[in-house]
Each structure stands twice: as structure tokens, then as C-alpha cells.
Design a protein. Structure first.
Ligand code: NAP
Length: 553
């Protein structure tokens, strides 16, 4: 098991990093951001993968317009390719520095012709003024021999290795770097495949180590679990990272778009000292937290970046990413309960709930401290909703007091809502697919239990509240709903914890029945205020939170 803090290599090299020491950086290319110098020298490269040269020329113009630093021209994507004429045009008409690659099928590309023709095209690209060419390790020596004495001084040769099966150990990657360097590479590129998010730590270690040894290094980890390799290359000193022009057009999934890198993750502002935050969940791509926190971090000038973290095993995640820079985490499905065991200390309320949705690494001692901010966000949103509902009554305490509060689900969010509603004096009924879990939660908070299948048959009473805290109806399964429409008319208020989509089928049908509805977006915003304050130590700019979330809904 790898522990970044315990790795002498990592600690030593990480400590040596500062914004001015990026030895492997973008020599000759000054990277700017809104007129200011960027906080890193990692280049942003757009792979140009059109099937025609005309389209490639258009895409190169767009790459410049969206803020890329260079383009990788993937010659293997061209359906028709006249070497001499097309390469001349591509070099001449490209408004950015050019990186040519002609990837063969045997290394994950599309070219299946003979090797001489392929390497001739790359040699011609060099003659015509390419800034970079990328050749595969397998043919690198032969390629260098063939350009011996003819290599322009400004040309940089990237020697690459792609592994579509897994990510080898740090030791194996280190050996691979040495082999690639020995081939004569100016820049070492290693792309591997993530089977687990902790695989990316291997690449980070090699990136940091390469930077200290002044070996320009491009490290990518393919797959959704490898997404942070793209974003944090800026933090750890990668030579370049790849971003697509449009989402869905990728040379290696899951490449973010250049726009996302620049404007969602504030890529140019990521430096060696930037703190890393993220949402630990599975699935995770639906989460709007990165949009929210990055925009707010940027607005208030906080030096942090917030990412999607697709985590399978939360304990392994924390054992691996144990250094101080991995500073704070939101916790989502299905890890909220398991997260409790990963913390060194747990807030008393979160302990009673038995679930955590926020973890911070205490700057003083590096210990993990867990909180639950879900219950505050959800309960205050429901109370607000009830105040505006037709049968709000004239209660002076919480409008929840005395009402039957039905929670669908018995997971992390369910516990938070059941606990919060109980604290406000509501009577709790837990309805869950797995009855035993419903019973267990009901016993813990002091309430009744029913199986989800029987929920439609409970005797109705005045003022009932329904809270869905399962993922039934969440994107992409937006046609699903946890309770049939005819049962909804008995409720005064229906709340859905889901916020993607904002209007779930459950909420639409409740509204059609004339019931007051409260969206999970309100809960999301409420719990996010608190998390932001814990992450940054700054007061949450509440108006900005709402504005950002409304813009992204
Ligand atoms: P969790 O711990 O994994 O709990 C999932 C619960 O949902 C379990 O009780 C499970 O029942 C039930 N469930 C899942 N799929 C089901 C299905 N197909 N049919 C019936 N029951 C099903 O998840 P969580 O972290 O509590 O999150 C639950 C939901 O709340 C998610 O949609 C999440 O996005 C949302 N949420 C929203 C916010 C916000 O800020 N708005 C915050 C937190 C969570 P079993 O016990 O039978 O497995």
C-alpha cells in the first residue's frame, strides 16, 4: 500500500517544489492567465483528431481561441493523408506550437500501415518545422538513429509508452522512465490505466521525482478514476496535460475539455502549494460540487482546487492520499457510513447520526476530522418550505414538531434527515427497500419502520412529510420514483434529496397533487455553506453559492 507522506521520495521532492522551481516547464512558451503569470508552467494541449485536414485547421484555430498552448495533431485520424502537401499546410496554418503524433494500432492509435511510411511522415513533419513529435518507446531508438545530426535544436521529441491494462508500481514506472530517457527522449510520456484512484498516486510520485531530476515528464492515468492525473499535473509539475475541444471527443477517456480545465478547475492558478479538495463518491460524475466550490474558491481568492474523486475503497483512498495537501473532502454515496471509521475524530452530532458527509485534514496535526452538514442543510430547507405551505399553522417552535416524518431510505442521508427531524420533535417512520435496515435506523433514532413496498398502505394523517433519501429518480434513471403518485396527495410536503435533476419525477408528481415541494438543491446549498467554512476557514459567501448553483441547475 502506498502512503505519500511515508514515501521519502514523495516528501523530499514535494517539499522542494515551489512555483519558481518548475524545471520541466514550458520552455519558450510563456503561459499567462488573464494577463497574469500562471502559477504553473504545465502546458495545455488539445488533441486534434479530425478526419480531414480542413477540419483540423478549423479545430486548431478553436484550440487557440479557447486558450490552449499547443495542439497534438493526430495524423492517424486522417482518412486521406498526402504527406507532403498536408504536413506543409498543417505546420503553416497552425496558430499554436505543433506536436505531431502518428499513433499505430499497436499503441492504441488508428494507423495500421507500414512502419517506414509512418516514421517518414514524422521525419517530414520535423523538416517542415514541427515543434514536437511523439514517438513510441518501441521505435524510439531507431527513430533517433534516423534523425541523427538532423534534429533541429528547437525540436523536442516526446517518447511515449501507453499501458491500457493497469498502472504499474512506482518502482516499475521509475524503471520505465529510465528506459525512455535512455532512448534519447527530450520529454518522457507515460500513460497508464487506473483500476483504482490510488493508482494515480504512482504517477504523481513519478511526476514530482522527474521534476526534481529535471526530466520533463507527462504522466496520464486513463479512465474515470484517473481524472485527477489531468487536473493535478499542474500541481505536481507535469510538462503538459491534454484537454479536448468539446466534451465527448477524446483521444483517451476521460479527458476534460480545455474550457473545463481553464474555467472549472482554474488550471492556471493551480500551484505546488494549492490545496486539493474533492467529492469522494461512486458514482461521482453527476456531482455539481466541483462547479460550486471551484467557482467560489476562485471568487474569494482561496488557493484550492476541487475535483471529482471516483473512489471504490475509502479506507484505501485515505491510506494513500495521506499528505497534508489533500486537505478536505465531501463524502457521497455509498461512503458516508464507512467514512466514520476512516476519521481520527468525529463530531458528536455526526457520531450520533452514524454518517459523515465532510472530512477535513486538520492543518495542525494532519488528523482527519469528520462532520455531518447534511442534516442542517436538509432540515432547514424543509422548515422553510413548511413555513410557506398552506397548512403551516402558527407554531412558534419548529414546524416539524409533532408531525409524522417519513424517510425513504436507510443510508447516510437518511440517517441525517431522521436524526435532524427527530431533534425538531417530529415522529419518524423509516421506509426502506431492505426492511432490516429500516428497522435498525428506526430503533437508533426512536421511530417506526416499514418496508418501502408497504409505504403506500400506511394510514394517512394530517401534515405528513415525505423525504426521499435514496437515489431512486437520480440521473440517469429520471423515470423512476420511490412512491406512486396516488399516495402523494396525503402529504403536506415532499422533499427529495436528489438534486440532479432538480425536478425529479417524485417532485413533479407531488406538485401535480398540490403538495408543497422542496428540492435537494436547497439541501445541497445549505450543507455546502458549512463545508466551505470548514474547508477554508472563511465565511461562506451565501449569495454567490445560490447564484452559482442556479446558473448550473
Ligand atoms: P446510501 O448511503 O448509499 O443509501 C442509499 C439508500 O437508498 C439505501 O437505503 C438503499 O436501500 C436505498 N436505495 C438505493 N437504490 C435503491 C433502489 N433502486 N430501490 C430502493 N432503494 C434503493 O446513499 P446516500 O449517501 O444516503 O445518498 C442517497 C441519495 O441522497 C443520493 O441520491 C444522493 O445524491 C442524495 N444526497 C443529496 C444531498 C444533497 O445535498 N442534496 C446530500 C446527500 C445525499 P437498501 O438499504 O435496501 O440498499
Amino acid at each position: 500500500m502506498m502512503d505519500l507522506t511515508d514515501s521519502l521520495l514523495f516528501r523530499l521532492n514535494f517539499d522542494q517544489l515551489d512555483s519558481s522551481s518548475s524545471a520541466a516547464g514550458s520552455d519558450g512558451l510563456e503561459v499567462k492567465c488573464n494577463g497574469m503569470r500562471a502559477r504553473n508552467s504545465t502546458l495545455l494541449c488539445v488533441p486534434i483528431m479530425a478526419e480531414t485536414v480542413d477540419q483540423m485547421v478549423i479545430d486548431m484555430g478553436e484550440a487557440k481561441a479557447v486558450g490552449a498552448d499547443l495542439v497534438e495533431i493526430r495524423l492517424d485520424c486522417l482518412k486521406v493523408f498526402d504527406h507532403n502537401q498536408d504536413l506543409k499546410r498543417l505546420v503553416k496554418e497552425c496558430p499554436l506550437p505543433t506536436l505531431f503524433s502518428y499513433r499505430p494500432i499497436w499503441e492504441g492509435g488508428q494507423y495500421d500501415g507500414d512502419e517506414k511510411t509512418r516514421l517518414d511522415a514524422l521525419r517530414l513533419a520535423i523538416e517542415l518545422g514541427a515543434d514536437y513529435v511523439d514517438v513510441e518507446l518501441q521505435v524510439a531508438r531507431e527513430f533517433f538513429d534516423s534523425i541523427n545530426g538532423k534534429k533541429p535544436e528547437t525540436l523536442k521529441v516526446i517518447v511515449s509508452s501507453h499501458n491500457f491494462q493497469d498502472t504499474p508500481s512506482v518502482e516499475a514506472l521509475g524503471n520505465l522512465v529510465a528506459r525512455i530517457q535512455a532512448s534519447g527522449a527530450d520529454i518522457v510520456k507515460i500513460a497508464t490505466t487506473s483500476l483504482d484512484i490510488t493508482d494515480v498516486a504512482h504517477t504523481f510520485q513519478i511526476t514530482v521525482h522527474s521534476q526534481v531530476r529535471i526530466v520533463p515528464f507527462i504522466g496520464l492515468v486513463l479512465g474515470e478514476r484517473g481524472l485527477i492525473s489531468r487536473i493535478l499535473s499542474a500541481k505536481f509539475g507535469g510538462y503538459l496535460t491534454y484537454g479536448t475541444l468539446e466534451s465527448g471527443i477524446v483521444s483517451a477517456p476521460p479527458q476534460p475539455t480545455v474550457k473545463d480545465l481553464l474555467h472549472l478547475y482554474n488550471f492556471r492558478q493551480i500551484g505546488p502549494d494549492t490545496k486539493v479538495f474533492g467529492v469522494i463518491s461512486k458514482p461521482v460524475s453527476h456531482s455539481k460540487s466541483p462547479k460550486l466550490y471551484n467557482e467560489v474558491f476562485n471568487s474569494v481568492g482561496f488557493n484550492g482546487v476541487y475535483a471529482h474523486l471516483l473512489v471504490d475503497d475509502i479506507a484505501k483512498f485515505f491510506q494513500t492520499y495521506s499528505c497534508m495537501d489533500f486537505a478536505g473532502f465531501s463524502v457521497g454515496i455509498p461512503h458516508k457510513e464507512a467514512a466514520v471509521k476512516c476519521c481520527d475524530e468525529v463530531d458528536p452530532v455526526a457520531k450520533s447520526i452514524g454518517a459523515i458527509n465532510c472530512i477535513i485534514r486538520r492543518p495542525t496535526d494532519g488528523k482527519l476530522y469528520g462532520f455531518n452538514t447534511d442534516y442542517v442543510g436538509a432540515i432547514s430547507a424543509i422548515e422553510e418550505g413548511l413555513k410557506g405551505s398552506p397548512n403551516a399553522g402558527s407554531v412558534t417552535g419548529s414546524p416539524l414538531a409533532g408531525r409524522l416524518f417519513v424517510v425513504i431510505g436507510a443510508g447516510g442521508a437518511s440517517k441525517a434527515l431522521a436524526y435532524g427531524a427527530k431533534q425538531k420533535g417530529a415522529r419518524i417512520l423509516i421506509a426502506n427497500r431492505t426492511y432490516d435496515r429500516a428497522r435498525e435506523l428506526a430503533d437508533t433514532v426512536g421511530g417506526d419502520a416499514v418496508s418501502l413496498a408497504d409505504l403506500g398502505n400506511i394510514p394517512p394523517e394530517d401534515g405528513m412529510i415525505l423525504a426521499n433519501t435514496t437515489s431512486i429518480g437520480m440521473q440517469p434513471n429520471v423515470g423512476d420514483t420511490p412512491l406512486s403518485k396516488h399516495a402523494l396527495k396525503y402529504y403536506s410536503l415532499v422533499f427529495d434529496a436528489i438534486y440532479t435533476p432538480k425536478m425529479t419525477r417524485l417532485l413533479k408528481e407531488a406538485e401535480e397533487c398540490g403538495v408543497t415541494i422542496v428540492s435537494g438543491l436547497e439541501m445541497f446549498i445549505g450543507q455546502a455553506y458549512e463545508q466551505f467554512e470548514k474547508f477554508t476557514g472563511l465565511p461562506a459567501p451565501k449569495k454567490l453559492f445560490r447564484k452559482v448553483m442556479e446558473n448550473h441547475s
